[in-house]
Design a protein around this ligand. Sequence first.
Ligand code: SAH
Length: 250
Amino acid sequence: MGRLTAGKIYLVGIGPGSSEHITPRAVHAIKSADVVVGYKTYLSLIEEYLTGKEVISKQMRQEMERARVAVDAALDGKRVAVISSGDPGVYAMTSAVFEYVSRNGYSLEIEVVPGVTAATASAALLGSPLGHDFAVISLSDLLTPWDVIEKRLVGAAVADFCIVLYNPKSSGRKWQIEKAAKILLEHRSPATPVGIVRNAMREGESVVITTLKEMTTHDIDMLTTIIIGNARSLVYGGKIITPRGYGSKF
Ligand code: SAH
């Protein structure tokens, strides 16, 4: 059947993990695909939809390789779903696929299916930490030079953005979060509320509310998202609240 239909790529975000947080469009895209490409941990989260499909699982760092395999299959007339956790456009597969297609001058139907990203899934568990302007920064310096990351941390801190940190720490990247905390403390009160969310909306979920000063004393790893409040954020009833406005309308 697949060979009779036109090739197409779906870049699918499956949300943070639980089946209740995947969109109907994402399920539709996966169900209608002949080939499903993704990192094996993410594929295990959608196992129920994979029966009868060609499944291509790749390691985490092989993003360009995953993009190539997916595009080749689509050029071959197949419907291909490329799976990302959260949203596919946030530190995930969308750029790799578009880059590969544009670099080679291919013409291909591509549909991006958005998903609930770690920032909003984590924010939901913390209350209302992103009620005002926020900046999203990945601390991974594998694909981005550290001086660029540092510049963005300073900019976001100086401008009093709430800050969401993705990829905060891994077994091979330990000092970046310490350095980030130091930079933020130069511009923001040590008492600033910080939320540390691990495995949001999937098995093993944990939520910690702490302060900027204490942030790095807690367990932080690659399954963790960190949200740092702005100068107006406060903690009430075990939740972080960032006021909607800077004025005093209420
Ligand atoms: N495309 C994904 C992000 C991929 S980068 C998205 O939109 O969510 C990987 C980083 O995302 C992790 O290091 C972690 O910081 C964050 N992350 C992804 N899923 C998460 C979850 N369920 N709970 C907490 N953090 C998560």
